[in-house]
Write a protein that binds this ligand. Structure first.
Ligand SMILES: [Zn+2]
Length: 134
């Protein structure tokens, strides 16, 4: 560029229906398809900036989805554990000798809803080493 070109970019004034545009008019730095632009209004630079923003949003979205999936997986694991316990606590079952398990049993009494078992487990969990065999 031998002569000094002015930027063809548009500058927005106001917003909504009352917005109007004027020419930027700064000294141009680049020529794109016969038009001249300053560093701010260079369409290539604007496009790259937009792409970078989209990429950043895409990555943020993926991270949120991954976090949601991990949370959901943990939630269903907890639900599965709860379902196992609720199944177990009102049944008379024994897994003695299977898969290295020693003994799991509960003898249901009439009208027993498992709340005493809950209480015993809560006590054992809040007491270090209680209920754990050495
Ligand atoms: Zn400009």
């Amino acid at each position: 560029m031998t002569e000094k070109h002015k930027c063809q970019g548009e500058v927005k004034h106001g917003s909504g229906w009352s917005a109007r545009y004027t020419r930027c008019g700064k000294t141009a730095k680049v020529e794109r398809e016969g038009q001249h632009f300053c560093g701010i209004h260079d369409p290539v630079r604007k496009s790259e900036k937009r792409e970078a923003q989209l990429e950043e949003w895409r990555r943020e979205g993926e991270m949120r989805i991954a976090a949601y999936k991990a949370e959901r997986a943990q939630q269903s694991q907890l639900e599965q554990d709860a379902a196992r316990y609720r199944w177990l606590r009102t049944r008379d079952v024994s897994f003695e000798g299977s898969d290295g398990m020693v003994f799991v049993a509960y003898v249901p009494e009439h009208g027993h809803d498992g709340s005493r078992l809950d209480a015993n487990i809560d006590t054992a969990m809040s007491t270090p080493n209680k209920g754990e065999s050495k």
